[in-house]
Design a protein around this ligand. Structure first.
Ligand code: PLP
Length: 347
C-alpha cells in the first residue's frame, strides 16, 4: 500500500527510561525478581514494544489480564513467561492456555476445577487476602482440589499499597500464612506501590506496572522513576480571534481582546480528556501555552498571544509527568496512561 504521510500527533517513547525503571524496581525488590504487568496494551504504550524492552532489561515474568492480550506479548517473549490474570473463564480459555503455553492465574475453585478437568498442569494461583476482587478466598484454602495443583506462582494482590494502611501488613501476614500451607515454586504479592513498602512485601517475584511506565504511586519512588511517554501534537492552524468571539464548542472561552490562537491536533479521542482542559497548558520549548475553551474530539485551541514564534506545523509538548498531571486533572496516573488513544499508540 502507499506509504502514509507523516502524522500530526505522536508519542515519543523513551525505551531507555523504561528499562531504567525496571532495573530500579528490580533493585528495590531486593532478593525478589521484578516481573512486569503489561496488560491493557502495556498501559497504553504498546504491549509488544514494552515487553521487548523489558525482556531486554532482564524481566522474565509478564502479566496480562485478557487472553486476547497474549499474542502481542508472546510475539516478543517466551510463552512460559506469560500469565493471564483473569484466568480461564471457559474451556476454550483452558485449551488456548494449553496450546499456547501461557499460564492461567486461577482465581476461584470453579477455575481450579475447570483447569484440572481440562488436564491441569503448571498454573498460577491467586488468593484473596483482603481486596475482595479476584482470588480464592482464605476460607476455601482447605479445599482438597487445591492440593492437586501444580503451582508455579502463588500470588495475592494488595488493596491499599499506595497508602500507609494497616491493611497492608494484614494482607502480608495473611499471605505469609497461605504460603506456609500451599506449596508453590514462587510467591508474589507486591505491585509497584507494594515494592515501596519494603522487603517484607517482596517475596520471590514482584509485579510492577504503573511505575515501569513513569507512575509514582508512593513517595519512595519520587526522583527514582523516569518519564517514559512524551506525547507531542502539531499546530494545524493559526488564527486571529476578535474581541468578543467565542472559541470552540459552546463558546466556553470568550476572547476579551483580539488574540492569536493555535488549533492543535490533539483531542479527547487521543486520551486528552476534557478533565485536562481548563487551567491546563501545552508547552513549547518549556513555555506554557494555555488551553482555551473545551477539548474537542480531535482538537484543542491554545493561546499563542505571547508565543509569536509558534506557527503552523510546529510541534508542541503535551505535559505527561504522571503524578503532576494526575493531581492537576483528578484522573489517576493509571487512567492517564491507559486512555491514550490509538492515534498516539500507533506512532
Ligand atoms: C495491574 C496489576 C498489577 C500491577 O499493578 P501496578 O499498580 O500498576 O503496579 C499487579 N498485579 C495484579 C494482579 C494486577 O492486576
Amino acid at each position: 500500500m502507499t506509504e502514509l504521510p507523516p502524522p500530526s500527533l505522536r508519542l515519543d517513547f523513551d525505551a531507555e527510561a523504561l528499562a531504567a525503571n525496571w532495573r530500579t524496581l528490580d533493585r528495590m525488590s531486593g532478593s525478589a525478581a521484578a516481573g512486569a504487568a503489561v496488560k491493557a496494551d502495556g498501559y497504553g504504550l504498546g504491549a509488544g514494544r514494552v515487553a521487548s524492552v523489558l525482556a531486554g532489561a532482564g524481566a522474565r515474568d509478564f502479566y496480562v489480564a485478557h487472553w486476547s492480550e497474549v499474542p502481542a506479548v508472546t510475539a516478543e517473549v517466551a510463552s512460559s513467561q506469560v500469565a493471564v490474570l483473569h484466568g480461564p473463564l471457559t474451556d476454550a480459555d483452558c485449551a488456548f492456555a494449553r496450546a499456547s503455553g501461557v499460564r492461567p492465574v486461577l482465581n476461584s475453585l470453579a477455575q481450579v476445577a475447570r483447569w484440572q478437568a481440562s488436564g491441569g498442569g503448571l498454573c498460577d494461583l491467586m488468593v484473596d487476602t483482603g481486596i475482595n476482587r479476584l482470588g480464592v478466598p482464605l476460607s476455601s484454602l482447605g479445599d482438597p482440589s487445591l492440593s492437586g495443583l501444580e503451582i508455579d506462582t502463588l500470588m495475592s494482590h494488595l488493596a491499599s499499597a499506595d497508602e500507609d494502611s494497616t491493611l497492608n501488613t494484614l494482607q502480608a501476614e495473611r499471605f505469609a500464612q497461605v504460603c506456609a500451607s500451599l506449596p508453590a515454586r514462587r510467591r508474589s504479592l507486591a505491585n509497584s506501590a507494594g515494592i515501596g513498602l519494603g522487603a517484607s512485601f517482596a517475596f520471590d517475584v514482584t509485579r510492577p506496572g504503573i511505575s515501569l511506565y513513569g507512575g509514582v504511586p508512593r513517595a519512595e519512588f519520587a526522583g527514582a522513576i523516569r518519564q517514559v511517554a512524551f506525547p507531542k501534537a502539531a499546530v494545524l492552524q493559526v488564527r486571529e480571534v476578535a474581541a468578543g468571539e467565542g472559541v470552540g464548542y459552546n463558546a466556553a472561552f470568550v476572547a476579551l481582546r483580539s488574540m492569536r490562537v493555535g488549533v492543535v491536533s490533539l483531542g479527547y479521542a487521543d486520551g486528552f480528556l476534557r478533565a485536562r482542559g481548563p487551567g491546563n497548558a501545552l508547552k513549547y520549548q518549556g513555555e506554557p501555552l494555555v488551553l482555551l475553551g473545551k477539548v474537542s474530539m480531535d482538537m484543542v485551541v491554545i493561546d499563542l498571544s505571547f508565543a509569536p514564534k509558534v506557527g503552523e506545523g510546529d510541534w508542541v509538548d503535551v505535559p505527561f509527568d504522571l503524578p503532576v498531571e494526575a493531581a492537576r486533572s483528578g484522573l489517576s496516573q493509571y487512567e492517564l496512561l491507559t486512555t491514550l488513544g490509538r492515534r498516539l499508540r500507533s506512532s
